[in-house]
Ligand binder design. Structure first.
Ligand code: WT7
Length: 654
């Protein structure tokens, strides 16, 4: 297909077969897939047991596969014993101690290569340091760091001693950090003096200090990495510099051998209430799917250099930066900064300089970089890249085609991977050496993943292209185990329908005539901003927490780079602000939400009215608000509204 054809082809019937040279070297070929699918269908537990024996290095083997006695709290391989850090590092030392495990590039251009041996030594030193502070198995450790090799070292050190880490994205505010520390009752916080992002310093330590002012009595120790070197406050007795903590520590640390179900980490994510959920993952099941998908979906081999651009603050940065690529013995690239520093060629320069072979990013990043045109990517040598991936939201076909043509140079398969914080690893995705792809579709479920689209009654929808609930009908090893401290919320959120048998992921989807999945959007009050999940309720609660606000409703509208943009409708305590007063109030509220949650949650658009449109029963008419937010014509009947003027105000017409 020539590049001229591409933009003129408007239908989504395009199909791209895996290139022959990719197929011939792929780990999973058509016959392999067929055999795996067959085994998973005929002997589900046997399939997973084989996978777990093949991929995970066990200290003590398991004898039970799946325990569903306390469903939907499932337990996998429960009498097996292992250590995840051992699986990511030590298992490679005999053969590839000197191989580069991590290539780190700072925003300012500093590059560090860390071999598996060096990684082992650094992880052990920090693990010993944490132990010297009294941190051990089951303790919660919050990691609030810039995207550096040390963030991964911190995660691995926790895994090594059986401590449960919870990484909080460095872009989250002090308030958000505090909520997570309090919810997890964490005893230690690992942070840095700052990080480099967008040619500015991210003030992590001062945010951490602020967070610790209230409700964080559980924190006994704060470990501080020196990254930027600028002045920060060090509180004697509580804070210790990372370099001081590890100085003199041994570079050997016997792993804490833990049971398969021991929690490896918590990761907070948004739901349909104001309170984020601490998604709890296991050790063995999570590790298994991380390994399996890095091998199958990203086709990782010994000589691959894998760059997944996600921050470790998100699940993608856990499974495809910090754990999976290491567990399969590949080289993982970590970049600290923004994609446009010093210019929009930075990603492509990194791919060229480090000879990246597999590149995985989000549609929002692709759309943002696409706007800068073809010249940036075209001026770099991207010939090392052999496979591309996307994650986080449906990719629009235009961005898919650009990625394919300009980055993949029409020779790389693209894997559009559907999954969630809760699923731990890729679930519905092409296998790059087997699956023909269609721009915008995440294609088919992996073997062993019982995905389906069902109707309200839980029946499979067999009619092509008819939408329904996307569900997973059987438990799988890397699924979340619970919501930290709230088993009931876990059951209510993920198993509310269908007799509690199917996992309800919160997305709607359709299957086309080939059985390919197309994700249609969320069914709950969750929006997707730049591939990051945010509950509209969270933004609403933060707005109403402002002392000049009485009520707020938050919806989203499509945005050409971010996917969705936040629109907030706000009722103020005093008179409705207009003109310059409204502008000042908008700024004040945007900054407020930024402080309360983080910059990604700042509404793009804030509108003031004297009331919100409500039904007779007092329910906010969100559908109407969405129509208004999109600037579409209102077709529903608004005459039943108490105050029709409100709609005109929200539309900006009064
Ligand atoms: C939600 C999960 C998984 C890591 C990144 C986000 C949406 C994710 C895709 C995709 C269409 C996607 C879904 C999902 N999503 N990947 N390939 N195609 N939609 O993790 O924050 O847990 O969000 O992101 O809506 O439910 P998350």
């Amino acid at each position: 297909m020539s590049s001229n054809d591409i933009s003129s082809v408007l239908t989504e019937n395009r199909r791209f077969d895996p290139p022959a040279d990719f197929v011939s070297q792929a780990r999973i070929k058509a016959a392999d897939l067929e055999a795996l699918v067959k085994q998973a269908e005929q002997d589900y537990e046997g399939f997973w047991a084989d996978q777990a024996k093949q991929h995970v290095n066990w200290k003590q083997p398991f004898s039970t596969i799946l325990n569903a006695d306390n469903a939907p709290h499932y337990r996998w391989f429960e009498d097996g014993v292992l250590n995840v850090s051992y699986n990511c590092i030590d298992r490679h030392l005999a053969e590839k101690a000197d191989k580069t495990a991590i290539i780190f590039e700072g925003e300012q251009g500093d590059v560090t290569h860390i071999s598996y041996q060096q990684l082992h030594d650094e992880v052990c030193r920090l693990a010993n340091g944490l132990k010297s502070l009294g941190i051990g198995k089951g303790d919660r450790v919050i990691i609030y760091m810039p995207m550096t090799a040390q963030a991964v070292i911190a995660m691995q050190a926790c895994a090594r001693i059986g401590a449960i880490h919870s990484v909080v994205f460095g872009g989250f505010s002090a308030e958000s950090l505090r909520d997570r520390i309090a919810d997890a009752s964490a005893t230690a916080l690992i942070t840095a003096d700052g990080g480099n992002r967008g040619a500015k310093v991210v003030e992590l330590k001062s945010a951490a200090d602020k967070a610790l002012e209230e409700r964080c009595d559980s924190i006994e120790h704060v470990v501080v990495l020196k990254r930027t070197g600028h002045d920060i406050n060090i509180q004697a007795g509580r804070d210790v510099w990372w370099h001081d903590l590890v100085a003199g520590q041994a570079s050997e640390c016997e792993p804490e051998w833990v049971e398969a179900e021991h929690p490896l980490f918590l990761l907070y994510t948004s739901g349909s209430t104001g309170k984020p959920k601490g998604i709890q993952h296991s050790s063995a099941g999570y590790l298994l799917s991380a390994i399996q998908t890095n091998l199958w979906v990203f086709d990782l081999k010994d000589d691959d250099i894998f760059w997944c651009t996600a921050d470790v603050g998100w699940i993608t940065g856990h499974t495809y930066v910090a754990y999976g690529p290491l567990a399969v013995g590949a080289t993982t690239v970590i970049y600290e900064g923004a994609p446009v520093v010093p210019d929009a060629g930075r990603f492509w320069k990194i791919c060229q300089d480090h000879k990246v072979t597999v590149f995985y990013t989000a549609p929002t990043a692709i759309r943002a970089l696409m706007k800068f045109g073809d010249d940036y990517p075209s001026s770099y040598d991207l010939s090392s890249i052999r496979l591309l991936g996307t994650v986080g939201e449906p990719i629009n076909p235009e961005a898919w085609m650009w990625y394919h043509r300009v980055i993949g140079r029409e020779r790389c398969p693209i894997v559009d991977t559907w999954w969630q914080t809760e699923t731990g690893a890729n679930m519905i995705t092409p296998l790059p050496g087997v699956t023909s792809t269609k721009p915008g579709s995440c294609t088919l479920a992996l073997p062993g993943i019982a995905a389906d689209v069902v109707n309200e009654a839980g029946e499979s929808i067999t009619e092509a292209n008819k939408g329904g609930y996307l569900v997973i009908k059987k438990p799988w090893p890397s699924m979340l185990r619970t919501i930290w401290g709230d088993d009931q919320r876990y059951v209510d959120t993920y198993f509310p329908k269908f007799d509690g048998k199917y996992y309800l992921c919160g997305d709607s989807a359709r299957k086309d005539e080939d059985g390919y999945y197309w994700i249609m959007g969320r069914i709950d009050d969750v929006v997707n901003i730049s591939g990051h999940r945010l509950g509209t309720m969270e933004v609403e609660s933060s707005l109403v927490a402002h002392d000049k606000v009485v009520e707020a409703a938050v919806v989203s509208r499509p945005h050409d780079v971010k996917g969705e943009a936040i629109v907030a409708f706000v009722i103020c305590k005093d008179e409705r602000p207009v003109g310059a007063d409204a502008e000042t109030m908008v700024q004040e509220l945007r900054n407020w939400v930024g402080e309360q949650i983080g910059a990604i949650a700042k509404p793009d658009d804030i509108r003031f009215a004297e009331g919100l449109p409500k039904t007779r029963s007092g329910k906010i008419m969100r559908r109407l608000l969405r129509t208004i937010a999109r600037g579409e014509e209102i077709t529903s009947d608004t005459s039943t509204l108490e105050n029709e003027q409100v709609v005109l105000q929200l539309q900006g017409k009064a």
